[in-house]
Design a protein around this ligand. Structure first.
Ligand code: HEM
Length: 404
């Protein structure tokens, strides 16, 4: 890698391809020298933990709205419709108006009530696979837990889960770094299909309310009349996007990392089940499933002698920050004893802090606990955990787990 000297006052400009090839290596090499690098689409990737933590809710930044999509040549159509109506890509009163009807349902206390259901689901999936002697970790287990749980919250019939989940994966590609213009027609078709599916279940709850989250949501938005019909649909689409791919990847990463370290981590967890929450936190730090948080610089931002100019899209690299040795001792070591504090940076900060944190943690904890409690010895053979992407939602390859 060729890097300009610090006196050039411009950080390196990097292509998507080079960043995606070996992101940890890039970040490790660049972070001591540069507080940020610039990507070929113009976005600035902020690399250091203290800067990432400060800028996530700094008044010199705001949430990106349509800027990143426009930078990649999108000016209309379903992608723009989703982005311009989602809580994730909005600010101020518009954001509060869109988030408020969802917040109560996803609060920690409410989510804890779902824990027994998530536990039974994880145990049922393990039992189902016991006779086979092996399991596709991603498709048979890690994908099913968040998909069936979100479908349950929304009251989606179990038979629709495969269709609805496939649509969610196709749409969430837009939040990864691996899509190209060739993927756009498929992403657009999936947004149209997913939003009309959600729209139909919203209409159904309006006509036939039940004691469930979606009926309460519809009643609340109808009563306050603060959201358009399209906005009401797009908040639920945003929850589906936030809640499927992210947690699927996080579960594969966590179990992949722990099984790979059988000798130490797996057996210590079996003997100390109270360490499950720590295993969740450390795996989210070591190999986060969401690698960056987007913002827009609304003023010039000076960092260590360099300037991010006003108006630039900024990606706060949680992936780099979570391996910053200035904050994490021996950051490239996976360490279950590492103190991570109450507010894990992987879920962001400020007004946009992840709405689904409580749910994600419950799903990850129960996914791990069900495998530990099965007392099975798991084996990955010579397969490697492969996680792709340097920003946004990351993707994982399938891992076939065998019981020994
Ligand atoms: C390990 C799993 C997850 C990770 C690492 C993660 C990470 C994040 C991050 C970093 C943000 C903040 C983005 C920003 O500030 O721009 C966010 C927002 C969000 N997440 Fe998650 N998330 C996860 C799981 C979930 C789940 C399970 C749900 C759904 C129930 C969810 C729904 C959302 C929503 C709706 C937002 C937008 C919040 C807002 O803009 O106000 N996430 N997530």
């Amino acid at each position: 890698m060729s890097m300009p000297g610090k006196n050039s006052f411009s950080p390196p400009m990097l292509s998507f391809a080079s960043l995606n090839a070996a992101p940890h290596e890039f970040y490790r090499e660049l972070r001591p020298e540069f507080p940020f690098v610039q990507r070929e689409d113009g976005a600035f990737l902020v690399l250091r933990a203290n800067d990432v933590q400060a800028l996530v809710s700094d008044p010199r930044t705001r949430q990106v709205e349509t800027e990143l999509a426009r930078a990649r040549g999108i000016s209309g159509g379903p992608v723009m419709e989703l982005i311009s109506n989602s809580l994730l890509f909005s600010n101020g009163d518009t954001h509060r108006r869109r988030r408020q009807p969802l917040s109560r349902c996803f609060a920690f206390r409410m989510m804890d009530g779902l824990r027994p259901n998530v536990r039974s689901l994880a145990e049922e999936l393990v039992t189902l696979k016991l006779c086979d002697g092996e399991m596709k970790l991603r498709d048979d287990y890690a994908a099913a837990i968040p998909a069936i749980t979100i479908a349950g919250i929304l009251g989606i019939p179990r038979c629709d889960v495969p269709l609805f989940t496939q649509l969610a994966y196709r749409v969430s590609k837009i939040l990864t770094t691996s899509w190209t213009r060739d993927d756009l027609p498929d992403i657009e078709a999936a947004i149209n299909e997913l939003s009309s599916y959600i729209s139909s279940i919203i209409d159904d709850r309006r006509k036939r309310p039940r004691p469930d989250f979606l009926s309460d949501y519809v009643a609340n938005i109808d009563e306050t009349a603060e959201m358009s019909a399209l906005e009401a649909v797009m908040q639920i689409v945003s929850v589906v996007l936030g809640g499927t791919d992210t947690t699927r990847a996080a579960i594969v990463v966590m179990i992949g990392l722990l099984v790979d370290r059988q000798g130490s981590s797996w057996s210590s967890l079996r003997n100390q089940p109270q360490m499950v929450a720590a295993a969740v936190s450390e795996s989210l730090r070591f190999e986060p499933s969401v690698a960056s948080i987007p913002r827009l610089a609304i003023q010039d931002i000076h960092l260590d002698g360099y300037v991010i100019p006003r108006g630039s899209p900024v990606l706060l690299s949680t992936m780099s920050a979570l391996r910053d040795p200035d904050v994490y001792v021996e950051p490239d070591n996976f360490n279950l004893m590492r103190p991570m504090g109450k507010w894990h940076p992987v879920f962001g900060g400020g007004e946009h802090r992840c709405l689904g944190e409580a749910l994600a943690r419950i799903e990850m904890e129960e996914a791990l606990a069900a495998l530990l409690n099965s007392r099975l010895d798991l084996d990955l053979g010579d397969q490697q955990l492969r996680v792709h992407g340097h920003a946004g939602i990351r993707q994982v390859d399938e891992l076939l787990i065998r019981w020994r």
